[in-house]
Write a protein that binds this ligand. Sequence first.
Ligand SMILES: [Zn+2]
Length: 205
Amino acid sequence: MSMSVPTVHANIVSRAKLPTRWGEFDIVAFSFQPGEPEHVALVHGLSAGTAAGPEPVPLRVHSECLTGDAFGSLRCDCRDQLEMALAELARTPRGVLLYLRQEGRGIGLANKVRAYALQEQGLDTVEANLHLGFDDDLRDYGVAAAMLQALGIEHVSLMTNNPRKVWGLRQHGIDVAGRQPLKAIATALNRRYLDTKAAKSGHLL
Ligand SMILES: [Zn+2]
């Protein structure tokens, strides 16, 4: 596959300060082609309209998880990861979180709830998604790459346990110069989910 031209185009529509409990961010809203959800970026320490330069920018790419991020579900560790990432990014001189509205690894909210129901019958996350006819992970990193390009960021240091995110961004022309692991907090309720991530989805936990 050839490098460097994102298949998706993103334009910055609006940008405003967003003070958070972890520190100061700007929230940046994008527009995409019709049908693409409203993804946003939280940007720390980078000013609008200025290219980020050759030094890698710490980056977290977070996929929306309504049940975890907003409701505090213990079926997954999404909210812990989101909060750890924002805390870490706020501590560094510069950092970006891309919040991608691709619920349930891209299968959508209703299907995620369906997958939960299947898990209650004994299937793991991957088996449940496959049972519903979905690939294990439908997330598309072309969107993330296009958002980075609109922000003037070419070089990143990615906070992730998921090598697929590194490959995904590289495929779309982003230079992933480094990878920082994120600690997962295992509980009795999410342990199987985390074990499945490690065993079947290639996460380095
Ligand atoms: Zn989640």
